[in-house]
Design a protein around this ligand. Structure first.
Ligand SMILES: *Cc1c(COP(=O)(O)O)cnc(C)c1O
Length: 450
């Protein structure tokens, strides 16, 4: 099964092609989340039929070493035996009750122990719901309406959060999507990531108006961009001085960059934390939490309404409890970091050897290979990467059975199921892919295509 990658060149994709054609007739773009359609890299997305450990298997029988990990949740890999067993047991007891269960309290306690800034928590069904609800709570708590986010920061697809700056700052905020009332977008102020003085300026221009600053403490949705030293601490201080809440969107970083999330890694305590992904163990989930003083404003204790038919679902809670218990007991973070460093170092060497401009950005087991020479500290710099080159690189890897994110701007991640031999296989594929890129560039110089 672990034969070397090149065997897969010219892999069969007949069944995926026909499934994609069928899907596009009934699902917009053939998918239920846009990036899965491969528009950023072109080609046909393999339709997956199963996953096991570090590997995905598609409908044509091809296998892939998975560096997407369902966009973050699968830190233990696919179909972890303990999670599968726990879910099998749970499903026989009923899939939803619409009534409280002990499981919700148990998962909440596991999270609270890992993240002391969370005294109370509410489970929801997606990261989108978590950030949307956290903002509602922040607005009610501060009795203010504006929020401040960072360009390139992704916080799910609710109306006010799909906005970033147009040409000017605040006053010209335009939505990123059709269908969002301009009046909503105007409530969202935008600053460049890692730019404290821009945040200061916005606070000076809108005194007493900003309910909350929402930030990915490690940006991971414009490729991975770590916070510059002092950035998160600076935000903490600006929020304290301005009477605003600091919201960490740890939907992807929570239990990923550290068991206690980015807040433990960088030692900054947010007022509210949004979670998702890993805490659901691969089932749909979100959560928001913080101090009792703030959280007690959520209904039914307080007057901030928020509800969910399937929130705190027993299957989701079971998978979450099992995942966090394994992560806590086995202390897997040092090994995840080491695995990711192995890939990083090998990719860096291969890029240099082949004369490919590459900037690797990594925090623990989250990383991005930016096809760019210069530093990547914010959205504008990330946008200067060569996304076309990334697309070629992506397909060279895919042909060899290595599944990287189908976009330059999505984080790659590693799971605890990635073995030493998986890493060796990946590195061989990376080296071959950089070699092909280099030969292509050389060809392009010799024979320009126009
Ligand atoms: C994935 C993600 C979300 C959205 O979560 P969904 O479950 O997809 O709605 C929000 N914020 C961040 C930082 C994310 O990575």
């Amino acid at each position: 099964m672990a034969q070397k990658g090149l065997r897969r060149r010219g892999r069969v994709t007949t069944r995926s092609r026909s499934l994609f054609r069928e899907a596009r007739r009934i699902l917009p773009g053939g998918v239920n989340s846009p990036v899965r359609a491969f528009q950023a890299v072109g080609g046909i997305p393999p339709f997956m039929s199963r996953g096991r450990g570090s590997r995905l298997f598609d409908a044509d029988g091809n296998s892939y070493l998975d560096y997407v990990c369902s966009w973050g949740p699968l830190i233990l890999g696919h179909a972890h035996p303990r999670i599968v067993r726990a879910l099998r047991d749970a499903v026989g007891r009923g899939t939803t009750f619409g009534a409280p269960t002990e499981l919700e309290t148990r998962l909440a306690e596991l999270i609270r122990r890992a993240m002391p800034s969370i005294q109370m928590i509410r489970f929801v069904n997606s990261g989108t719901e978590a950030t949307m609800s956290a903002l509602r709570l922040a607005r009610a708590f501060t009795r203010r309406e504006k929020i401040l986010k960072f360009s390139g920061g992704y916080h799910g697809h609710s109306d006010g959060l799909l906005a970033r700056a147009g040409s000017g700052l605040a006053t010209l905020t335009i939505p990123d999507s059709a269908g969002i009332p301009a009046a909503f977008a105007r409530q969202t102020l935008i600053a460049p990531y890692n730019d404290l003085s821009a945040v200061d300026d916005l606070f000076a221009r809108h005194p007493g108006e900003i309910a909350a600053v929402i930030v990915e403490p490690v940006a991971a949705n414009m490729g991975v961009i770590p916070p510059r030293p002092g950035f998160l601490q600076g935000l903490r201080k600006i929020c304290d001085d301005g009477g605003s809440l600091l919201i960490f969107d740890e939907v992807i970083t929570g239990f990923r960059v550290h068991f206690g999330g980015a807040q433990a890694l960088y030692g900054v305590r947010p007022d509210l934390t949004c979670l998702g992904k890993i805490i659901g163990g691969g089932l749909p989930v979100g959560a928001y939490g913080g101090s009792k003083k703030i959280m007690k404003n959520a209904a039914p204790l307080g007057d901030v309404y928020q509800a969910g038919t399937l929130s705190g679902n027993p299957l989701v809670m079971t998978a979450g409890i099992e995942t966090l218990t394994i992560l806590n007991d086995d202390d897997l973070y040092a090994r995840l970091d080491e695995s990711a460093a192995t890939i990083e170092n090998a990719a860096e060497r291969a890029a240099i050897r082949n004369g490919i401009g590459l900037r690797i950005s990594r925090v623990g087991s989250l990383f991005t290979l930016f096809f760019r020479e210069g530093p990547v500290g914010d959205y504008a710099e990330a946008g200067q990467s060569d996304a076309g080159r990334y697309a070629l690189f992506f397909h060279f890897l895919l042909e060899q059975g290595v599944y990287f994110p189908p976009s330059q701007f999505e984080a790659a991640c590693i799971s605890a199921a990635h073995s030493a031999s998986d890493l060796r296989e990946t590195i061989a594929a990376l080296e071959a892919a950089f070699g092909r890129l280099a030969r292509l560039s050389a060809g392009a110089v010799a024979e320009p295509r126009h």
